[in-house]
Write a new protein. Sequence first.
Length: 557
Amino acid sequence: MEARKINDQISVSPQISPDDVKAIAEMGFRSIICNRPDGEAADQPTFEEIEAEARASGLECRNLPIISGKVQDSDSEAFGQALMELPGPVFAYCRTGTRSATLWSLSQSKTLEPADILAATKAAGYDMAGVIRRIVNGGKTPTDTADAAFDVVIVGGGAAGIAVASSLRARKPGLDIAIIDPADIHYYQPGWTMVGGGIFDAETTAKTMGSLIPKGVHWVKSAVAAFEPKDNAVVLDGCRVVKYNRLIVCPGLKLDWHKVEGLVETLGKNGVTSNYRYDLAPYTWELVKGLKRGRALFTQPPMPIKCAGAPQKALYLSGSNWERMGVLKDVDIQFMNAAGVLFGVKDYVPALMEYVERYDADLNFFHNLISVDGPAKQATFEVSKPDTEKTTVTVDFDMMHVCPPQTAPDFIRVSPLADAAGWIDVDQSTLRHKEFDNIWSLGDVMNAPNAKTAAAARVQAPVVAENLIDDIEGNSPTAIYNGYGSCPLTVERGKIVLAEFGYGGTLLPSFPKWLVDGTKPTRRAWILKEQILPPVYWKAMLRGKEWLAKPEKVSAR
């Protein structure tokens, strides 16, 4: 936690944790303002968690969540009003502190000179020159000039963003590339299933972002506010403008915890957990170890979600551990699935059903979680079976693993790059944008009908890199994406069903059947998941070494 002082009235900060609140009170602050919506990142505590600690420490707390880059005049007025109403000094935070600094700057625009705003925020470590341009320009950020410009700009520093940057550098070392991402930490999210199953330590799934950005690639540590594709411009938090010749968009998904009533308030307690959050995956393992009898619910929301097999992976690993503990017969396992099938590719269902039966798990299809009462340990589901009226059912639980509803990030959904459903609109073969031919997308936010997995991004990155270089050289795209995705289904501790498939559910195995038969649980697939894939991720995929990911080529057309 770092309090960056703007003046005696207010300091701003990047994201804080509940453990920081007591120290904030000891530093003399009397109020906290949160300017970050819940669910922006996988390691983000909720406002309710911060507020509870604030109250315990005698601090007032106010929630003024602002979508990244969408600071309206009304937001700055509300922020200014809060500064007048709350006892000071005030501590305001968001993801990086930029939104809070922006709100303060705009709220003071009628009482302070621009030079004084710039000086105060600069002393706190924030450059508000773009905000001043917005103020002078009547509220709109001009995009005819830029604060920085690059050959290629990549929005998102997750698996897809770093992999495609490395693939581009391998093909054309002289490219001037920038990755835009505000996160300090990069996570190997496929490992969180294993954390929740007691196999990995959470710390092994995290590395600093700075250690992973490819050599020679610029890191713009900021959040994206808006896209202006007609001007080849990206607007950042703080109203700075970055120009590009070519743009790649891959920021990942938003976990919409608030879409389930009561869920945010009970996450991490009352037996409610999720392997979709870094700090909660260890709690999953605590619950599994501690449950000797009772009911365990595992939920899956409507598609799309990243790693569609993850909700049932949690079920299988938990069942396997209860079996090993000798308590399986006393645990009532219920899989509450908003979809109508266990797995979308039928070839893998027989092997999975053997484990459903082995763990005596009940499959409840068309059951979508809509609310949770944590203290009462009750979950309510909307039941939407075909050709029947919708009903609701409330189920008691002792433990519940939740997969949250997921959407494209807000700044993607409202952008001119998105289709009507809010996803980046690309050609599913070349991953090039359908309208703007100098823009590509990969990973979870684009609308190709493939599984949203890290394995898919591993194959997509070389396709995008190859086609972008083709474009630079004046050629038509030659690399084709076949929809490949992989889901290593951890059906028991020590065995995995390695699902690999492409568009339309076509099986696309990476290994000969005699080595790994993906339709059957195997020890070899477990070794791949546990011992081989993590180093492949860190040392190959993120470094542009395209192991089992060479793009399929077609003749230039």
